[in-house]
Each structure stands twice: as C-alpha cells, then as structure tokens.
Design a protein around this ligand. Sequence first.
Ligand code: G1P
Length: 292
Amino acid sequence: MKKVKKAVIPVAGLGTRLLPATKTQPKEMLPIVDKPAVQYVVEEAITSGIESILFVTGRGKRAIEDYFDYSVELEQELENRGKEELLDEIKKVGNLVPVYYVRQKSPRGLGDAVYQAREFVGEEPFALILADDIFVTPSPLLGEIMELYRQKPAIYLTVTPVPPQDVSSWGVIKGEKVGEALYRVEDLVEKPEKDKAPSSLAIVGRYVLTPSIFEAIERTPPGRGGEIQLTDAIKALLGREEVYALELRGKHFGVGDKVGYLKANIAFALEREDIGEEIKAFLREILQGEDR
Ligand code: G1P
C-alpha cells in the first residue's frame, strides 16, 4: 500500500483580504508573532511525516523561495556577531525538508492550482495543505488524516462547524456520521448560499487526495466565481472513490483575513514563554480601559 509522503501547498493566491499589506508581500510570509504563517504549516507537514513539499506559486511569491533557502550573507553576519541561537534558527529553516516549486500562471482557482502538482505527485496519494488555515490541536491535523489513510485508503477532508451566516465562505459537506468525529461524505458544495447549505460543516485546509483527482479536475468546468473548484472535482469522484471528512478537535484560525490573522497573533503570543505574560497584562489593561 502506498504511503502519503508528499505535500502540495498552493500559495499563488493574491491575498486581497489582507491588502494593502499583501501588495508587495506574499500573505503567506506575514508573521504570526515572529514566524511567517507558511512556516507553521510546513512544520505541521514535517511533524506529520511529510518528506517533500511542492509549492504552487505565482507572481510576487519569490520571497517564499528565498525563505526556505540558505541565506549566506545573513548567516555570516550572525556568526560574526556571535548570535548563535538566531543562526541555528535561520539555518534550520533552510534545511527543513526538500522543497520544490511550480508556477500557476494565472489564478484560475484552487482546482487549477492543485492540477499544477500532477507531475510532482505522480501515482501516489498526497497531502494538500492550505496555508490560510492554521490549527492548534493536540496532534497535527494533517497527521491524523494521514493515519486514517494508512488504515483505510480513501480521500480524506477535514471539517469544522461554522455559524449559518458563514457557510457561504467555505466548501460545505453533507455527510453521514460513521465514527466519533468521522463522516462519510455524500455531497459537497463550494460556498453555498446560506439557505442552500447541506450542513454547517465547512471544509478546512487539510486534505489527503489520490491521483485520480487530476483527471477529475480536467473534467471540471469553472464553478463558483468562474474558477476551477477543487470541491467540484472531489464531488465528481463521489461514487467512484470513498470520501471521508474528519471533524477538527481543536482551534482553527483562518489567517487569510484580518480578523483571523489578528486572532492567531494574539493566541500564539499568549502561548509564548518569552512574551506571553506581557501580552496578557497588556490585553487586560486595554480591556479594562474599555469597560470604564
Ligand atoms: C478554499 C476551498 C474551500 C475551503 C477553503 C478552506 O476556499 O475552495 O472549499 O472551504 O479553501 O480554507 P478559499 O479559501 O480558497 O476561497
């Protein structure tokens, strides 16, 4: 049986919800505390057992390539100044995991971005990671669905309940509960209108996909927003392949928009040994000020 060893991370999106910060900077490089958002998901991939990563990039995303590379001048400078700890940290980033890049020439949707990975993936199952979604869970969410795949090969999605007014921001599933937190997916709709959503379970950004997805994407016409939607391609595989969705047990931060991005910064800062207490005291202070 084939193991999930490769991960695909699409990063070609324009980041319009975080403009103007993203005018000249990839949204994936914006820091959560002091680490770019993309590094959190790369670390999750590695802890989950991923052995190589393909970034599907686009115009204006070169900073991501530089980030996961060595930085000779900076490393030299830190060494000269005796900044050992920072030097180790910086070197670690360049050595995390083999990374590859392919360009999505025009932003034609998530399905099209995933399609650019077909040569990298070949005939193996693979993980798809959306860097807009960051989780705090007892064990890495990706690792959990990779383990489910190992026990029973199928397509695996991850979902979390969202309030009814938010369903139209997400792909939504209809599923039959088959385990404590597991659903067998019967239908999927990309960004349904509020009254047409089949449930309140929204797809969040971790998937285990099989190579059959590429041929399904080829046959998928443009959907929501005129884009080739991954959700539609997965739907086309229903009936031919089993699709399951694991419900998230933990916290989710949608860091692709302002509120989620700020929430993640606060939550991660509070967990930090070096600055957590100071941030907590500061938050108390400004909240008390508001009460008055
Ligand atoms: C994409 C998917 C959507 C999913 C979401 C998770 O949407 O198309 O089904 O719910 O990611 O983050 P996007 O955020 O790219 O609009």
